[in-house]
Design a protein around this ligand. Structure first.
Ligand code: FAD
Length: 325
């Protein structure tokens, strides 16, 4: 790997002061399960790495304020073990549990999962996040079996790798970002993820000198569940995930949200599918109808049409799991 300066500040103010305002010059380090690999593969070549390890205020989960406040360096294992999360947000816990490997769960952090870079093999092999060589899209022309079937009209064709992202969008979570001078701003989870249009942009709303500091998940009494379609449990990312969240009153659904993962450059909110669920009782037929609606508008690339059927099945199963939760 290319040599770099290592900094381990103790406060957020110090940490943001050590970050550059240009992408690529500095990188934030949390658990390192993604960053260290990309440093070794020279996909990332910063002059300075700023570790969050010694910043106490980023650690841990607090219940209160009408929900759960999750510090960005809380480990995935701590989230899975949290009793409030298990009780109120089974969709989020299922998304974390899917990650599978105990080593990743113990070291990887919630913030790191949300900010991890795409798994696209063109990106990981040095062709940039858009996977291009000159005017040619290597993704469109090449092997795109794991790429996007939604939101792929623009240049970004990778899929958002975070399994937590879709669950947090469906649950209406809020993200707090902290920039220079420890100045904070708060965004809805749905606004946090972005599809870059050029190699100078990244996959989130973070600026180069900002840190994701807290994720707040409101407790609104929503029925919620996540269903993942995976090749295998453990050392891999899912093909498709679906998170469903809704209010259930008098046997009827309202305020439904259906968010897909691993199918688009951002967690993919399917309003049409939510509409198919609202104002009805949940039955196997209604769940299947919701799955069909979720797959509408998919535009598979040459090698990933198989994901369309997976979307239908994942949504149907997530709806049925949410009712049972
Ligand atoms: C074998 C394997 C299987 C996996 N399967 C899955 C899966 O199924 N689903 C899934 O979602 N993930 C999966 N992952 C990814 C895993 O969840 C992430 O690697 C991990 O969560 C990253 O956390 P970290 O703390 O190690 O991040 P790091 O590696 O330290 O950082 C990752 C990226 O996020 C940035 N970053 C980290 N924290 C912050 C912050 N607070 N603010 C701003 N930027 C930040 C870093 O600069 C870096 O770019 C898998 C990983 C492996 C190795």
């Amino acid at each position: 790997m290319k040599s770099f300066e290592y900094a381990a500040p103790k406060t957020l103010k110090e940490a943001t002061a050590l970050l550059s305002d240009t992408w690529g010059k500095t990188e934030v380090l949390a658990g390192g399960t993604d960053l260290v690999t990309s440093l070794k593969q020279r996909v990332t070549r910063p002059a300075r790495v700023v570790s969050l390890r010694n910043i106490k205020e980023l650690k841990g989960i607090k219940a209160g304020r009408g929900g759960l406040a999750i510090g960005a360096t809380t480990t995935l294992a701590e989230l899975v073990d949290n009793k409030d999360a298990r009780k109120n947000f089974p969709s989020l816990v299922a998304a974390v549990e899917g990650i599978g490997s105990p080593q990743i769960l113990s070291v990887g952090t919630v913030g790191g999962d949300l900010c991890q870079r795409p798994r696209c093999w063109y990106f990981r092999n040095g062709h940039g996040v858009l996977g291009r060589q000159g005017d040619t899209s290597l993704v469109r022309e090449g092997d795109n079996r794991y790429h996007a079937i939604f939101g792929n009209d623009g240049p970004a064709l990778f899929v958002s790798p975070s399994s937590l992202g879709p669950a947090l969008v469906a649950l209406g979570a809020q993200m707090t970002l902290t920039g220079p001078g420890a100045k904070t701003r708060t965004l809805a989870a749905a606004e946090f993820f972005r599809a870059p249009k050029s190699e100078n942009e990244r996959e989130t709303a973070l600026k180069p000198n900002e840190i994701l500091t807290e994720i707040f998940v409101p407790s609104k009494g929503l029925k919620n569940a996540t269903y993942e379609v995976r090749h295998r449990h453990g050392f891999d990312w899912p093909y498709v995930t679906a998170t469903v969240a809704f209010v259930m009153k008098g046997g009827a659904v309202s305020d439904a949200r259906v968010v897909l993962g691993h199918v688009a450059p951002v967690p993919w909110n399917v309003a049409g599918a939510a509409g198919a669920l609202n104002n009805s009782a949940v039955s196997e037929t209604a769940a299947a109808r919701c799955g069909e609606a979720a797959a509408e508008g998919a535009k598979p690339l040459s090698g990933n049409a198989y994901k369309v059927q997976m979307v239908k099945a994942a949504v149907k199963r997530a709806v049925l799991a949410a009712v049972a939760a």
